[in-house]
Write a protein that binds this ligand. Structure first.
Ligand code: ADP
Ligand code: TRP
Length: 320
């Protein structure tokens, strides 16, 4: 399996980002080949603040390493350190139909939210296709919302192969179905844009405070309750062992409990879960030279691989 995925450095990661996407990166890092990167060129389409973009890029790398990404197994790099990706993007752009990009929901959503419809925002999926194709990736672990972009990538690759010969590998998305829609504190999908997030690297106190604010219904305490579809229970499920979950399910069905107890159990479980990553992150942060070394080494490996694919693509269309 040849795995690749990217994460945009657009803010502090939350539980949804971890359980919907990052968790899979870590699980798949022992594959035959695994490349992960910080998509700072993609983020430039939305973040127009020099200091913030730089800081978020560094933070995203720290987050991934703290959560268990191991540079001895997977290559970690920053997108802009690999100029071959932008070069390949232009080649792909030359054959990408306008209509294919016009149909992309992510673009339409961002425009509807008031972002200026720049050429970068519109052609975002072509750069994403270059990221994927440059590494001959066959498996792209992502959240549900990225599936359309992987389909666009397949279309672009198939059309190139039909015109110029078998240059690119067609990738497939890999989704974690059970955690594809982690609820936020209001019960809607957890998302930065809804202001309902719980961040991965909040300190224990701040995290507990957000957990305590999770919205619940006002049915009487004594009533038995069905855990299915209850977003507080769904959040607990992310962290609890099967025994803890079975016990909590019994409490729900019995009734006579307060949601405060469930929240406390959730906060305790989440706290234990993020304890080691929090410590690892603090250690890494204290050694910026180590991070520079990891990203420098990653960029070198990524350039070597992407360079080969770029040359293949250039030769196939008469550019070299
Ligand atoms: P946000 O919606 O907070 O801006 P992003 O769009 O940056 O998050 O998402 C980054 C990755 O995390 C994507 O792969 C996305 O599918 C995944 N993701 C984001 N929110 C959730 C969620 N609530 N549940 C599951 N996965 C999520
Ligand atoms: N668009 C992805 C997101 O917002 C980030 C990304 C950029 C990506 N290039 C990629 C994901 C290549 C997978 C493969 O989450």
């Amino acid at each position: 399996m040849k795995v690749l995925s990217g994460i945009q450095p657009t803010g502090r990661p939350h539980w949804g980002n971890y359980f919907g996407a990052i968790q899979q990166y870590i699980q798949l890092q022992q594959s035959e080949q695994a490349f992960y990167f910080i998509a700072n060129l993609h983020a430039l389409t939305t973040i127009r603040d020099k200091v913030l973009l730089h800081q978020y890029t560094r933070d995203a790398a720290l987050d991934l390493l703290a959560l268990g990404l191991d540079p001895n197994h997977a290559v970690l790099f920053v997108q802009s350190d690999v100029p071959e990706l932008s070069q390949l993007c232009w080649l792909l752009m030359s054959g990408t139909p306008f209509g294919l990009l016009e149909r992309c929901v992510a673009y339409k959503d961002k425009k509807a939210k008031g972002l200026t419809a720049t050429a970068g925002l519109f052609t975002y999926p072509v750069l994403q296709a270059a990221d994927i194709l440059a590494f001959d990736s066959d498996t792209v672990p992502v959240g549900e919302d990225q599936v359309q972009h992987i389909e666009v990538c397949r279309d672009i690759a198939a059309s190139w192969n039909a015109q110029f010969g078998e240059v690119f590998t067609l990738p497939a998305p890999k989704i974690l179905k059970e955690t594809s829609k982690v609820p936020g504190t209001d019960g809607e999908k957890m998302s930065k844009s809804y202001g309902n997030t719980i961040e991965l690297f909040d300190d224990a106190k701040a995290m507990r405070k957000k957990v305590m604010r999770i919205a619940t219904d006002s049915r009487p305490m004594e009533d038995p309750k069905d855990p299915a579809g209850d977003h507080l229970f769904d959040l607990y499920k992310l962290f609890a062992t099967s025994q803890q979950l079975a016990d909590m399910e019994a409490v729900y069905r019995r009734g006579n409990f307060g949601y405060g107890e469930v929240k406390k159990a959730l906060a305790d479980a989440a706290d234990a879960f993020f304890d080691v990553p929090r410590q690892r992150r603090a250690e890494l942060e204290a050694h910026p030279e180590r991070l520079r070394e990891i990203l420098g080494d990653g960029a070198q490996k990524a350039r070597a691989k992407a360079g080969q694919t770029l040359r293949r693509a250039q030769e196939s269309c008469g550019i070299l």
